[in-house]
Design a protein around this ligand. Structure first.
Ligand SMILES: Cc1ncc(COP(=O)(O)O)c(C=O)c1O
Length: 319
């Protein structure tokens, strides 16, 4: 394995190159039309084991391949190889703190025209890392609003695909919430039902049960969402309902939290200037946060299959 270099490396066009050399033409189709799909993956430093663990890497790359299918992109590498490269880049970049990995499959063609099926075209894969600790304060109890922007619809730009261009919707939702003084925002789908946060899924507690918008409600099928559902059912014995959620259910919930790769599990204690429950972080939210924290750091023996240790022997991808 190559020693960590001082300048981070990026995987681009089939090889690792220094960050300063990883550039693309302004004519790139993905830059002109947003025709790329991506994943956000976290790797966590586990101090007891002196190693980085990548959380649910395989599931992220499976979703990347699904996003490719929706956008008619051809991932140039298979899932196993993309997982290997992720383990390798964490070591090459000498990461020893919580780190975000961003793999992207993008339409690299340089011809003008917003069409997805281009003869003799090339779709490429790139991957970079960035240090990332907390995206939101997970424990303070966030104040969110319901956004005046609606979530993109499955028949417009599918929310199920993690498509680069679709993050303009996220940026509008997130920015207006921040400018209005909120920590984040909940987006409704075009029919007025709750979809998700700007870049995270949403859970409510109602009558001691967890409730989350269904996968058919214009949400990203979140990997953290699936993690929370599994931990809640198996470890806490809490029933989970995945169903259509009305806006006013947000106002009468006992607890609320947001979850996602960057967000992790973040407690929400106020929405649209109304307290949620008694306005403090509730016991179910705390229990889920605690289990999630143990899982990502390799402290739950039954869930070690979710973790890929960085530095796992990998095929040489360069030289
Ligand atoms: C729009 C959107 N919803 C939900 C999520 C949460 O998904 P995951 O838990 O797979 O990161 C994300 C984060 O990537 C997102 O961008």
């Amino acid at each position: 394995m190559t020693q960590p270099s001082s300048e981070p490396v990026i995987y681009l066009r089939g090889r690792f190159v220094p960050d300063s050399e990883a550039s693309l033409s302004v004519r790139t189709h993905a830059f002109l039309y947003g025709t790329a799909v991506f994943e956000g993956i976290k790797a966590y430093w586990a101090p007891e084991r002196e190693t980085m663990f990548i959380f649910r890497a395989e599931e992220h790359f499976r979703r990347l391949v699904q996003s490719c299918r929706i956008l008619r992109l051809k991932a140039p590498l298979d899932i196993r190889r993309m997982v290997e490269l992720s383990a390798e880049i964490v070591v090459r970049n000498g990461c020893r703190e919580d780190t975000y990995l961003r793999p992207i499959v993008y339409k690299a063609d340089r011809r003008i025209g917003p069409i997805l099926e281009i003869p003799d075209t090339v779709d490429d894969f790139c991957l970079f890392t960035a240090p990332m600790s907390a995206y939101l304060d997970t424990h303070k109890g966030l104040h969110v609003c319901v956004s005046s922007w609606r979530r993109i619809d499955d028949n417009m730009i599918p929310a199920r695909a993690k498509c680069n261009g679709a993050y303009v919707n996220t940026a509008l939702i997130k920015t207006d919430a921040a400018l209005a003084g909120f920590d984040d925002a909940i987006a409704l789908s075009d029919d007025g039902h709750v979809a998700e946060g700007s870049a995270m899924n949403l859970f409510l507690v109602r009558d001691g049960r967890l409730v989350t918008p269904a996968v058919s409600n214009n949400i990203l099928e979140g990997i953290t969402r699936a993690t929370v559902i599994e931990l809640a059912r198996k470890e806490l014995g809490i029933p989970v309902e995945s169903r259509q959620v009305d806006r006013t259910e947000l106002y009468v919930a006992e607890e609320m939290f947001l979850c996602g790769t960057a967000t992790e599990v973040a407690a929400v204690t106020r929405i649209d200037h109304r307290a949620i429950g008694d306005g403090t972080v509730g016991p179910i939210t705390r229990a889920i946060q605690d289990l999630f924290d143990q899982a990502i750091h390799g402290r739950l023996p039954d869930y070690m299959h979710w973790l890929t240790p960085a530095g796992t022997p990998v095929l040489s991808s360069q030289d």
